[in-house]
Design a protein around this ligand. Sequence first.
Ligand code: TNX
Length: 695
Amino acid sequence: MKKLLTFLVSMICVVPCLGQRICAYNPIPIPQEVTLTDAEPFVLDNSVSIVCRGFNAQMRYNADYLQAYLKDVCNLNLHIGTTGSKSIVLIRKNNKKQSNEAYTIKIDKRSVVIEGNGDAGVFYGIQTLCQSIASTQGDVQNEPAVTLPSARITDAPRFKYRGFMLDFSRHFFGKEFVMKQIDAMAHYKLNRLHLHLTDAGGWRLEMKSHPELTQKTAYRTQSNWRQWWDDGKDRQYCDIGTPNAYGGYFTQDDMHEIIDYATKHQITVIPEIEMPGHSEEVLYTRPDLSCTNNYRTTGDFCIGNDAVFDYFTEILKEVSELFPSEYIHIGGDEAGKQAWKTCPKCQERIKKEGLDGVDGLQSWFIHRIEEIVNGMGKKIIGWDEILEGGLTPGATVMSWRGESGGIKAAESGHHVIMTPGNPLYLDMYQDAPPFCPEAQGGYYPLNVIYAYDPIGRIAPEAAHLVDGLQGNLWTERVETEEHVEYMIWPRLLAISEIGWSPTDRKDYDDFHKRALREVARLEADGYHPFDLKNAVGDRREYVIPIKHLALGKKVNYLIPYNSSYVAAGETTLTDGLRGNWIYGDGRWQGFIGRKGCVDVVIDLEQETEIHEVYAYFMQMVGPGVFYPGMVEISISNDGENFETIKHLTYVTNRDEPHGFRDFSWAGNAKARYVRYKANSGATGGWLFTDEIIVK
Ligand code: TNX
């Protein structure tokens, strides 16, 4: 009875008038703690004023932001004042012991008090409030008033770095688009925007000291990056103004505007200037800084050449003056190092400095660049290759080749940002590949990303060195702004919640509901997110194990599987478990070889009547995975003399970018041993299969 009474009382408090919209406090990212109290609710209507305590330019911006949001999204007209009988109060504290992003919100009948620790905290309290209000159901136009149940929200981020990287080099996206993404990032409390500004695809930032960089390489002959890149001899840049050239770049004025806008939205913009590899475009303008004088034969700078360091001193000085960020990202990934092996200057450097070959040379280069950057009052971030050969203490490592670089870096005392390709690369598939535009070869849907934990495998004593995580969108295959948005939303929502919310508040089913809601809102706001509600999801065969006569039976490999794709080893092909959409998922076993690929014998342990033998193969043309060109199925009773019951050949169709096909025999036979052989056809490449099914 007491319970019923409490329930009725709270209903009366919470629903003061039918038809009014009631707010639930369940934004993305979910706050640390939300406690509802029994007191009367706050009714947000046009009589409410916004009151600021502790005025500065950013607080003014925060108040304006709140006012504009409630007007645009919620159809409410609040005024900003110094007092009010009913108000939303913004207070800025300065507690040095707490994250400056932390905030509390206290809601009762008279007021909503957002107390932020610093401008960022106030801004994030506003985001929580705005998202909560915007997510209420009902007729905003005719009934803008919202009921906010009495509550106390306490919130602070789990990680200080919650980032998104966009590759502007392979394809360029302009200033307005960047600002549009800043709006959404800020709303979900993402706070670092890493701009990959330079790479072979084109240099994207105006350099006053080196105007030729954008004049000569910000445009190219083709929009399609892969065609342009694969074209080899035709891979050409165009001077600015060349008719029909494709590309673009940020002027420094553009960049000032972006940085200013980002700063107001509590986002730090981190520029990346790639070196010593991925630098074809620079070497096109300065062949003298390459070992070969030819940007088509190497994208690496000549490290033996002192002029390279003068060059970078000029570039980095300008970059460090332009960007207020404490960090400059200096790339460091995937240097080919090939030309260094024969370049007299590089070899001379190795000798003179007593370095350990070309790996030592790369490491020496990074150290020198780090000194230059430090001399400008900044610190470096680099991809995890910068770890090789030892690193100076101030450098932060971005771990992209899996997590091991990050783990090693943190355990040796470096700050780390986790961005492992699996699962944080946003250029991978987020849904069933046959239903998606072509992407890179991984399949990391929302639930897989959401399950990721940046400190999952790090020793507890090193966990504090993990600054956070970042989602990266490389754009080799992403040409339009719509496509960028499709790739990043809603996956950035998962990254936001991993980065912000405490682990005990994470719950995928609940997150998924909130993500569906936010996808709808993003769409309504003119974004082009992936259509989460119509996601196809995992491959059916992956979800449902299969029973068949060979289940659990021993497989004898006449040719071994490839050591990079072992799946579950020797039990893979008869464990009843089949693969998902992508070959790297631990269920598909990989085979490659010039003489032959799959050749296995399954022992059914006794003579058995069989009617069907089949195996599925995957095709994925991008990474060179093809259907077999020949399959032979044979049977035996003694395990030595085999009778062929099926021989088939197949001509690969390269126009089928991704698919699955079974190669089978059907009939009546009796046998103890079944041999399944498959070779790649004229195309060569990889074969992947997940199960040999005998029925
Ligand atoms: C590796 S991740 C790269 C990029 C490519 C990406 C494609 C990293 C530091 N380097 O240059 O765009 O793979 O997924």
